[in-house]
Design a protein around this ligand. Structure first.
Ligand SMILES: *Cc1c(COP(=O)(O)O)cnc(C)c1O
Length: 383
């Protein structure tokens, strides 16, 4: 084997092991499909399927019956096309200038997010003499992407709508997980008005949290993302989804520090009394957030990150370094922990939502930062 060749990272060589449960992924997709009633359930697989890997995730979902996929970038769409030759693939970030031909070649659909994109796609289709499919995105309150509601209500008189095939009208919730936020109602109303003015075109509004809202804003197609990968779409209630991702890291060595000794870069954590520490083979270079560092005096530190060591929750000690994390394992019986043992960083009570919270961020960011050095293993879905 040449050194330049990409090589499978074997378990024993890797600092950390990432396990992806495709059975749980498929079961989460089916859960969302069943909740969506008569609407079609797509899958959002942007950002390399939220860090889990487009090449494994898309075929598993396709086998389960998912036929429509959303990515963010055109480059991701080309990857998805390779593993799902028959699927419908939408690109949420729209149409980078001059890329219409790539869309045509790979049979991809842009989500047109501005009148400029709308015009470029319509002109391309006129020039080709081909009515290619695209989605049109409307801004109903997020103020990020999409035609304004006023532009949307004007479209019924726009002849360019006949130059291509508008296969989907869509908008996106800004805060679907907040049950009582009045913005949700306003977005549903604005989107419904556009839908009424452009009858006969399938519509889509709901992300994971939107699907479970009591208004059931499902329309013809729903777009779950985070929940498929185990994230909680209803943060004020128990998580109905199955965990998909688990992460374990290896203990490189164990050591003891004495009262008053500082630990890690800049000695940001200080031992109160004698403490036993385990150093793990993982760090921020693996996407584990540095903001999960534990700063202060042991026992009184602002404890953020945690690891499960021999079934016990153990706090980080000091800052997360590039390739290493130090964990205070004083409370684990000495015989239960040794060099080479695997400890859990994501899994059990350390859900992706919990790890995100402890790092001052959200589980979405934990997933989409999952590192490239992990030895990845999969549990295949059963059909
Ligand atoms: C990311 C995204 C989704 C999926 O959202 P989740 O909260 O992950 O379910 C759906 N639609 C659009 C437009 C998105 O950008």
């Amino acid at each position: 084997m040449k050194a330049s060749q990409a090589r499978f990272i074997a378990d024993a060589e890797a600092g950390s092991l990432l396990h992806i449960d495709l059975g749980a992924l498929v079961s989460n997709w089916r859960f969302m499909r069943d909740r969506a009633g008569d609407a079609e359930a797509s899958a959002v697989v942007k950002a390399d399927a939220y860090g889990t890997g487009i090449e494994t995730t898309v075929p598993a979902l396709y086998r389960a019956g998912c036929r429509t996929f959303f990515v963010a970038h055109l480059s991701e769409a080309v990857r998805a096309r390779t593993v799902a030759p028959e699927a419908t693939i939408y690109v949420l970030n729209g149409l980078p200038p001059g890329t219409c031909e790539v869309y045509r070649e790979f049979e991809l659909r842009p989500v047109l997010g501005s009148l400029d994109e709308f015009e470029e796609w319509a002109a391309f289709c006129r020039a080709q003499g081909q009515k290619l499919k695209a989605a049109v995105h409307f801004d109903t309150g997020m103020h990020r992407l999409g035609l304004t509601v006023a532009q949307g209500l004007n479209l019924k008189n726009d002849s360019r709508l006949k130059d291509f095939e508008p296969a989907l009208l869509m908008s996106h919730f800004a805060s679907a997980e907040e049950r009582d936020n009045p913005l949700n109602r306003r977005q549903i109303e604005a989107f419904s008005a556009i839908r009424q003015s452009l009858p006969g075109i399938p519509c889509s509004l709901a992300n994971s949290s939107g699907i479970l809202r009591e208004e059931k804003p499902h329309f013809e197609l729903v777009r779950p993302g985070y929940a498929l990968y185990g994230g909680n779409p209803t943060p004020d209630q128990a998580n109905p989804m199955r965990p998909v991702v688990s992460l374990q890291s290896r203990i490189i060595q164990l050591r003891t520090v004495e009262e008053g000794e500082g630990v890690g870069y800049n000695s940001r954590w200080t031992a109160r009394g004698k403490r036993r520490l385990a150093t793990l083979s993982i760090g921020y270079a693996d996407g584990y957030p540095r903001s999960a560092s534990s700063i202060g005096v042991s026992g009184e530190a602002t404890t953020r990150g945690m690891a499960i060591v021999a079934d016990r929750l153990c706090p980080f000690a000091g800052t997360v370094s590039m390739d290493l994390i130090i964990v205070d394992v004083t409370d684990v019986p000495e015989n239960d922990v040794k060099r080479g043992d695997l400890v859990t960083l994501i899994g059990g009570e350390l859900t992706i939502d919990e790890v995100g919270r402890r790092a001052g961020t959200i589980g979405y960011e934990i997933l989409t930062s999952l590192g490239r050095r992990y030895a990845r293993t999969h549990r295949e879905a059963e059909f």
